[in-house]
Design a protein around this ligand. Structure first.
Ligand code: ADP
Ligand code: ADP
Length: 224
């Protein structure tokens, strides 16, 4: 069974604008899927809907059999989300940011796991720094570490390359590769075809709230 199953998801915002017009997708465990589309296509809305942040107005999303609307807590615990905007507590230390995030999911303390993700993101020597003391790139690394704090089985990355330098981008791609080897399923949004090409197994092209095409990366690239 797919780890993520999305059926006919619709989302209308309060102003009546329908940002998702019936989206369906199945994602296999361990797969890396790129949601590729221009600005305004509905990528962030779709991720927010799947993660239970944006209330959907139709359809269903299930994570490992847990319906995101009816069984939010169980579903959300399986998901890590790296948002586009930096939403960190500025005066918290890096170490505590990751540790407390894990605690929010009701999980027992696991310093070994916190250390692992901080090292994985080259943040170990910053563990005692306050978030406010970090550069923008380091803050992005903390966002990823935070999303991995509770050992999610599915990781969402919303426009991971937006405003990121070459070194961090390369590092993120390395981390994505490591996570996939650990069996983590990854969904990222991007408007760069090069990024989809570099890391995805499958690409879903989204435009105006609809999925136009879902294809293996290799067969898509042969046609470009
Ligand atoms: P993407 O991530 O692909 O750039 P978004 O999901 O952010 O696209 O936005 C999809 C569409 O929904 C856009 O046309 C955007 O203007 C609209 N939209 C996003 N948020 C809201 C909102 N809170 N209210 C109304 N429309 C919104
Ligand atoms: P508290 O007393 O609030 O539980 P901690 O003992 O978790 O605080 O952390 C105090 C400081 O020690 C943190 O800022 C962190 O940098 C550091 N620290 C705690 N545990 C570890 C660890 N396993 N490895 C490295 N540093 C740690």
């Amino acid at each position: 069974a797919p780890i993520l199953s999305i059926r006919d998801i619709r989302k209308s915002y309060d102003n009546g604008f329908e940002a998702l017009k019936g989206v369906s997708l199945d994602i296999a465990e361990g797969e890396i899927l790129a949601l590729l589309g221009p600005n305004g296509a509905g990528k962030t809305t779709l991720i927010s809907a799947i993660c239970g942040i944006a209330r959907i107005t139709g359809g269903t999303a299930t994570v490992a059999g847990h319906d995101i609307a009816r069984d939010w807590r169980a579903a959300r615990t399986l998901i890590g989300l790296v948002p586009q905007e930096i939403n960190l507590e500025p005066f918290e230390k890096v170490w505590n940011t990751v540790r407390f995030s894990r605690g929010l999911f009701g999980l027992p303390r696991n310093d070994a796991h916190v250390e692992k993700v901080l090292r994985q993101l080259s943040l170990w020597d910053k563990k005692d720094s306050k978030v406010t003391e970090l550069s923008g790139g380091m803050k992005r690394r903390v966002l990823i570490a935070k999303a991995l704090s509770h050992e999610p089985r599915v990781l969402f990355l919303d426009e991971p390359s937006a405003g990121v330098d070459v070194e961090l981008r390369r590092d993120m791609w390395r981390v994505v590769g490591e996570l996939r080897r650990e069996g983590v399923t990854i969904i990222l949004t991007t408007h760069y075809i090069e990024e989809a090409e570099a890391i995805a197994d499958r690409v879903a092209v989204i435009s105006k709230g609809r999925i136009l095409l879902v294809e293996d990366k290799d067969s898509l690239m042969r046609r470009m």
